[in-house]
Write a protein that binds this ligand. Structure first.
Ligand code: DGL
Length: 277
């Protein structure tokens, strides 16, 4: 399919790490990105609330954005919502889940760590991934919402606080001589890659799901029929207009969006982007 339109959703800016990979691997793609800031953070939410929210929100977002492919660019959500979401739409959905399988293949010591939100760490889905693909590995799981906040702060132009990174990684301290792969199991964390790496031995490799998701999307597009040429739209949506969301706008402007919209409310244009209307 030429010039596909993606709908990419996360609680905040994390899914932009997936959008970056899509833009890199699928040059003709356009994207409507949704930061569900009204429900941020997803990582500490009750499972049933999060599922209900996404099942309700998605039909509205599909009506507004008319996507060819939906990407749930959030491990916390994908690990519980993919089946019920797929049951309510015929639009293909790609979920982002922790890269346990490639991490187990990469590890020479059979010791890997998973850094994700508290929600993702607790999921049965995550436990099954570990059983199915890393049963020969010791897997140390660390949940942190503080790092999600830290990534959002970095986007607001604030300095990353090394002590927050150190505290989040403290449960790994006793295992650092064995662990050789760290899975970044939250889409926010690639934006903290250098900050996390600065606190770890150089022997620890980091792996996230972005590249594999973009490859999966490209493969899916090859199987999809050619659609008539559409006008490319690169829109960023917030689900709530808050002072915090306005502070994120300069950081968002680097991702090629034409404008930022607050669903059902006002719009901020990026006049510097050609094609903005
Ligand atoms: N970026 C999301 C993920 O991949 C979670 C962020 C949050 O807790 O809201 O899990």
């Amino acid at each position: 399919m030429l010039n596909p339109n993606f709908l990419i959703i996360d609680s905040g800016i994390g899914g932009l790490s997936i959008l970056q990979e899509i833009q890199h691997q699928i040059p003709g793609a356009s994207a409507c990105y949704v930061a569900d800031n009204a429900a941020f953070p997803y990582g500490t939410q009750e499972e049933s609330n999060l599922v209900a929210r996404l099942l309700t929100l998605m039909p509205l977002l599909q009506r507004i954005t008319q996507p060819d492919i939906i990407i749930i660019a959030c491990n916390t959500a994908s690990t519980i919502v993919l089946d019920p979401l797929r049951a309510q739409t015929r639009t293909p959905i790609i979920g982002v889940v922790p890269a346990i399988k490639p991490a187990a293949q990469l590890s020479r010591n059979q010791h890997i760590a998973l850094l994700a939100t508290p929600g993702t760490i607790q999921r049965q889905y995550t436990q099954r991934l570990i059983q199915d693909f890393a049963s020969d590995c010791t897997v140390i799981k660390v949940g942190s919402s503080e790092l999600v906040e830290e990534a959002e702060r970095k986007f607001r132009g604030l300095p990353v606080r090394p002590e927050y990174i150190r505290n989040a990684l403290a449960p790994l301290a006793a295992h650092l001589t064995q662990i050789d792969v760290l899975v970044l199991g939250c889409t926010h964390f690639p934006f903290l890659k250098e900050d996390i790496s600065a606190q770890l031995p150089s022997t620890v490799k980091m792996i996230d799901s972005g590249n594999a998701i973009a490859r999966r999307a490209a493969q899916l597009l090859e199987e999809m029929p050619l659609s008539s040429q559409k006008t490319a739209q690169n829109l960023f949506f917030f689900t709530e207009d808050t002072p915090g969301s306005h502070i994120l706008v300069p950081g968002i402007s680097h991702f090629g969006f034409d404008k930022v919209q607050f669903i059902g409310q006002n719009t901020i244009e990026f006049p510097q982007n050609p094609g903005a209307s």
